[in-house]
Design a protein around this ligand. Structure first.
Ligand code: XIL
Length: 372
């Protein structure tokens, strides 16, 4: 099927047709974003507001980030102000995923993601890209096409390659770290059984890294997953996979540990050892989606256990040599994916639903202050 590729920015005033050039980097228009309070900017932070997470993280040489929910950013002034003030890195919680970028085959919607990139620029923030290859949040036309047999293996590989060039190419030069491959290993340490593995074979992982590197040669390219924050079968499998990719000269630069923890499970105290072994392979590391959920209702012991969970990961990052960013998956319980995905659980973020500081926020702040 021949498809004319168009870019349709939802937040962009006029419908725009952009033909991708060889580098896949169209001069896409950027939605206008009102600059937020100057207090959010590093320079201003150094003046009067040295107390924010981003000011403390900067002193410690660390990027501190949050996932950003675009509808909250556009509709909640307090949320927007806190994103700008507290963080020097942002990740799109959803708007860079395939289902959001290309809900209709061949029609690329970069509007919301462009808006986030513009917001970050206006506020002196770096952008983490999330994510080029995942088995989840794929567009319906793709999964249905594969299921019905309309899209065969050769076409699927071509679609994946085009997607990586489209997206990494569009943001070329604007993303400091890309989650290139997300959640490709299961909890038993086997390659995850997905359409990618089934239709393309295990070589798809090396392929996406090579394509991403061609599309955006300066971005640090990450492999990223959950349940890999300590020493276990899944983390071991990643260690072996990364070792092999390095031996095969695949351009992979970073190991991302999502950090979705729960107080009811306890925490693996060996996060630092795990980080160090990946760094010994020549990779940088990051914590990419940290939140620490609990069975509801929250109470003081759980909130203090939660603070400990955040601290364990942040300390591992600060004690390691090449841990470059620490990103939380949302920062207020007002907007969190947790209650919708984990029945009966919640309160996973640093601030409560009224943006009040929880013990976890204080712990993160104190840990950063001690490091600086
Ligand atoms: C989640 C988002 O937070 C939700 O809004 C969305 O409905 C589902 O995805 N691991 C990842 C993230 O890599 O992309 C997921 O984000 C959370 C788990």
């Amino acid at each position: 099927m021949k498809v004319t590729r168009v870019v349709a920015g939802a937040a962009v005033a006029a419908a725009v047709l952009v033909s991708l050039n060889a580098t896949g980097a169209p001069a896409a228009p950027v939605a206008s974003v009102a600059p937020v309070a100057a207090a959010g900017q590093d320079a201003a932070v150094q003046g009067g507001n040295a107390d924010t997470l981003r000011a403390l993280a900067k002193r410690a040489g660390l990027k501190i980030g949050t996932a950003v929910d675009m509808s909250a950013l556009n509709n909640d002034a307090t949320y927007k102000d806190r994103v700008a003030a507290e963080f020097n890195s942002v990740t799109a919680e959803n708007v860079m995923k395939w289902s959001e970028i290309e809900p209709t085959r061949g029609v690329l919607n970069f509007g919301p993601a462009d808006q986030l990139v513009a917001f970050a620029k206006a506020n002196g923030q770096s952008v983490r890209g999330h994510t080029l290859l995942w088995h989840s949040q794929l567009p319906g036309w793709l999964t249905e096409g594969v299921a019905s047999g309309d899209i065969d293996s050769a076409e699927l590989r071509q679609l994946l390659k085009q997607h990586v060039f489209d997206v990494a190419g569009h943001f070329r030069g604007k993303i400091y770290q890309w989650d290139v491959a997300n959640e490709v290993i299961d909890d038993n340490g086997q390659l995850r059984d997905t359409i990618w593995l089934q239709k393309l074979g295990p070589g798809y992982i090396a392929d996406v890294f090579r394509w991403a590197h061609q599309a955006d040669p300066k971005a640090k390219l990450y492999i990223n997953d959950y349940n890999v924050e300590g020493l276990n079968a899944k983390a071991d499998a990643y260690y072996e996979l990364v070792k092999q990719l390095k031996a095969d000269r695949v351009p992979i630069h970073g190991f991302g540990m999502q950090g979705h923890l729960g107080v009811q499970f306890g925490f693996d105290g060996r996060a630092l050892q795990n980080v160090q072994r990946f760094e010994a392979l020549g990779l940088e590391t990051s914590f990419t989606e940290v939140d620490v959920r609990m069975l509801m209702p929250a109470d003081n012991p759980k909130l203090h256990a939660q603070a400990n969970g955040y601290s364990i990961l942040l300390r591992a990052c600060l004690l390691a040599k090449k841990c470059t960013s620490f990103t939380v998956w949302g920062f207020t319980d007002k907007y969190s994916w947790v209650p919708g995905f984990f029945t009966g659980q919640g309160a996973a973020n640093l601030l409560d639903e009224n943006f009040g500081q929880k013990p976890a926020y204080q712990a993160v702040k104190e840990t950063l202050a001690l490091a600086g």
